[in-house]
Write a protein that binds this ligand. Structure first.
Ligand code: UD1
Ligand code: CA
Length: 456
């Protein structure tokens, strides 16, 4: 099958009014990726080397998102929404390039599994001209029913046209199809719009192909594969199913999730074996974890790279550009942004490290802040290997702390510190013997006088 060329035509011209959103429906995200991009990924995984995206509503935004998330896809505008067959024909120029297989998919059906598409392509390879992807929903009401005899598909009957007997059929049209490229344009051009809605229905090609003596069959996909998203409740349902699938894969690949239902992944999260993830952890886009790491509870991580055997959290926030090298440690209530934490360095408590390098083995005390921003520009803080930053210090960037540098607690450091130097950036302590007792007596007698005056 791999030698057969394949184009996927993804229909996404719908308005999606039920989303009640300024954003086109198919750009709403699942696991940090627009749903239409999930569809493109599934098509690619099923061997579709070319992608045609049919857009209408929100064309500018759609083109921008396509360039970002599916740069290889070509966009075609369907000016008027005249039905699914009409929408496929908006991509006529792509189809006419001559592909062995055409996959027709919907942009709002993001959980489609590559396996279901590959199965449909397999039937084309075996000689079918049209392959309809079917599924068995818990409640078939509202879906087109698949009318089969002897393993061949005769028709797709929409609910309103079904006889009482046909309504009992549980096998329904998921909406997606695989069509032999050599027949595709001929079949699509024969579709008419003589129906209640004056629409050109893609489903009509089943009967058209049958009448021409071509082979038409149905394959079966999972219920999730066919889940179409029309509103935000369904969006959340799809998100939940996606997360469940991913958690399962992640666990089977050797990662421990103590409470899997409370851990959220992004579409591109990479997480190596023997990592342990505690409950309530969120991974935004762009996270790579090498393995053997411990991600403690309530950590929020995005755009971060975590090398082997790191320890993160609880309650850590790793923002884009956080780059933890082997055995680095970022503890509770710490935020790290655009900073390298080199091997074995420790940033343990209540600290902000932004636009910085923390050298190997350095120890950053509680409450340390890199002051990286003056309201206009960002500046860099370089902390050398083995440095020790005393608690509650502010490092005002740009500033360099040399290798083995030692910063006294509570310092405000505005000038660079050479290797192995000790720096204080705070007022000296003054101690006056007996003065504490004297103060206490003075304050007590003042309070007593006030009370006596009030009682009078
Ligand atoms: C379709 C099927 C139905 C199936 C159901 C499964 C047809 C005629 N019917 O119905 O048998 O059970 O899906 O969910 O195919 N679109 C365009 N341009 C158009 C029309 C539609 O781009 O002119 C896009 C929509 O944005 C959407 C997809 O095609 O992504 C499906 O269209 P929709 O109107 O939702 O079809 P259904 O009525 O759900
Ligand atoms: Ca639909």
């Amino acid at each position: 099958m791999s030698q057969r060329s394949c184009l996927s035509v993804i229909l996404a011209a719908g308005e999606g009014t039920r989303m009640k959103s300024a954003l086109p429906k198919v750009l709403h995200q699942i696991a940090g990726l627009p749903m239409v991009a999930h569809v493109v990924k599934a098509a690619e995984a099923a061997g579709a080397g070319s992608q045609a995206l049919v857009i209408g509503h929100g064309a500018d935004e759609m083109r921008k998102a396509t360039a970002k998330f599916a740069p290889k896809a070509e966009t075609f505008v369907q000016e008027k929404r005249l039905g699914t067959a009409h929408a496929v024909l908006a991509a006529r120029d792509a189809i006419s390039k001559g592909y062995d297989d055409i996959l027709v998919m919907f942009g709002d059906t993001p959980l489609i599994e590559a396996e279901a598409l590959a199965n449909a392509r397999q039937k084309l390879a075996e000689g079918a001209a049209v392959v309809v992807i079917g599924f068995r929903p818990p409640n078939p009401t509202g879906y087109g029913r698949l009318i089969e005899t002897g393993g061949k598909l005769n028709a797709i009957r929409e609910e309103k046209d079904c006889s009482a007997e046909e309504k009992k059929i549980g096998f329904c049209n998921a909406g997606m199809m695989a069509v032999a490229g050599k027949h595709a344009l001929d079949l699509l051009d024969r579709v008419g719009n003589k129906n209640a809605k004056d629409e050109y229905y893609l489903t009509d090609i089943v009967e058209i192909a049958g009448a021409k003596g071509l082979d038409v069959v149905a394959t079966e996909a999972s219920f999730e594969s066919a889940l179409g998203i029309n509103n935000r409740a369904e969006l959340a349902q799809a998100e939940g199913i996606w997360q469940q699938r991913r958690r399962h894969e992640v666990m089977l690949s050797g990662v421990t999730l103590i409470a899997p239902e409370s851990v959220y992944f992004s579409y591109d999260t990479e997480i190596g074996a023997d990592t342990i993830v505690e409950p309530n952890v969120w991974f935004g886009p762009g996270v790579k974890i090498a393995g053997g790491a411990k991600i403690h509870a309530f950590s929020h991580i995005e755009g971060a790279t975590i090398a082997s055997n790191c320890d993160v959290g609880p309650f850590a926030r790793l923002r884009p550009g956080a780059d933890l090298r082997n055995k680095a440690k970022v503890g509770n209530f710490c935020e790290v942004k655009q900073a390298v934490i080199e091997e074995g360095a420790k940033v343990n408590h209540l600290t902000y490290i932004g636009d910085a390098r923390v050298g190997a083995g350095a120890n950053i005390g509680a409450g340390t802040i890199t002051c990286n921003y003056d309201g206009y520009s960002k500046f860099f803080t370089d902390i050398g290997e083995g440095a020790f930053i005393g608690s509650n210090s502010s490092l005002v960037a740009p500033v360099t702390i040399g290798k083995g540098g030692y910063i006294a607690s509570g310092s405000v450091i505005t000038q660079s510190v050479p290797d192995d130097a000790l720096a204080f950036g705070r007022a000296r302590q003054k101690t006056i013997p007996g003065k504490g007792k004297e103060l206490r007596e003075r304050f007590a007698s003042a309070a007593a006088k006030k009370k006596a005056a009030a009682d009078h």
